[in-house]
Write a new protein. Structure first.
Length: 274
């Protein structure tokens, strides 16, 4: 669990080891955990980001994990016991706090992990998702025209969703679909074990495709304003019969009928008629 990475209260108590008679349990020690890994506590957010979390999904890191574990024997995905020491070795040049890494360093990490520098901001977002008591550094100021081109089309909505997501007041799907790389994950349901009917992941996919269009309406609008034809897609990792989960399903976003209110209006517009 990556809860131990958060800079929260120093007590991370185990419910599994709780003795209800004596009210004694195990406290997972963040400092001891970092020491055992050969890291400092404030390096743990970078470790979690390189292993995979809610911001940078583990399946997006699969090629990176395969590359650093090329000397290990594995089928499909390397074992976590092989990945962790390799990631820690990869982190050796970055000895300072994860929160002090400059944008150029984060871009360099992105280059090594994903092959390009475009996800440096994603690493910053991932690292600061563990910082409950400090804010990320302000963005670099650019001229107004460049600022408009860099501004996320659903910035206000994403900010609202991230706030609810951090407070555990929202199911994770909204954040994972809205934030790049736009991912949906689902496990099997009880009904999936009945062989006479298709998996729920496939039954509800047409419905999800239409819900995606509501969530991502702002993205489509922005693309249209800039003269680009937007073919929005969402990466789906779903458990169903015959799917070995070696690669995701990439599904198209299906537009809703004209007049359907986008998520920006449903979440942020406080007018009585809405």
């Amino acid at each position: 669990s990556d809860y131990i990475v958060f800079d929260s209260a120093p007590y991370y108590l185990s419910s599994q080891n709780l003795n209800v008679d004596t009210l004694e349990t195990v406290n997972y020690d963040r400092d001891a955990f970092a020491w055992a890994l050969g890291l400092k506590v404030d390096q743990l957010p970078l470790l979690a980001s390189l292993l995979g979390n809610d911001v940078i999904h583990s399946h997006d890191l699969l090629l990176f994990h395969r590359k650093i574990c090329k000397d290990s024997k594995f089928v499909g995905r390397p074992r976590i016991e092989d990945i962790v020491p390799k990631v820690i070795h990869f982190m050796k040049p970055f000895e300072g706090s994860a929160y002090s890494l400059s944008q150029s360093v984060l871009n360099s990490i992105s280059k090594n992990v994903f092959g390009d520098t475009s996800r440096g901001n994603l690493f910053q977002q991932s690292i600061y998702s563990y910082a409950l008591f400090q804010a990320p550094p302000p963005p670099i100021l650019v001229d107004e025209a460049a600022s408009m081109s860099l501004k996320h089309p659903t910035e206000d909505l994403l900010e609202a969703v991230e706030k609810e997501h951090r407070n555990c007041a929202l199911i994770p799907y909204m954040h994972s679909v809205l934030a790049p790389p736009r991912t949906w994950e689902s496990s099997s349901a009880l009904e999936d074990y009945a062989s006479e009917q298709p998996s729920s992941a496939l039954i509800y996919r047409p419905l999800r495709q239409r819900i995606y269009s509501i969530v991502l309406a702002g993205v489509a609008e922005r693309e249209a304003e800039q003269g680009r034809e937007a073919r929005l897609q969402v990466i789906e990792w779903c458990v169903y019969k015959g799917n070995k989960l070696e690669k995701p399903d990439v599904v198209d976003v299906v537009p809703m009928p004209e007049g359907t209110k986008p998520a920006e209006v449903l979440w942020l517009d406080e007018r009585p008629e809405v």
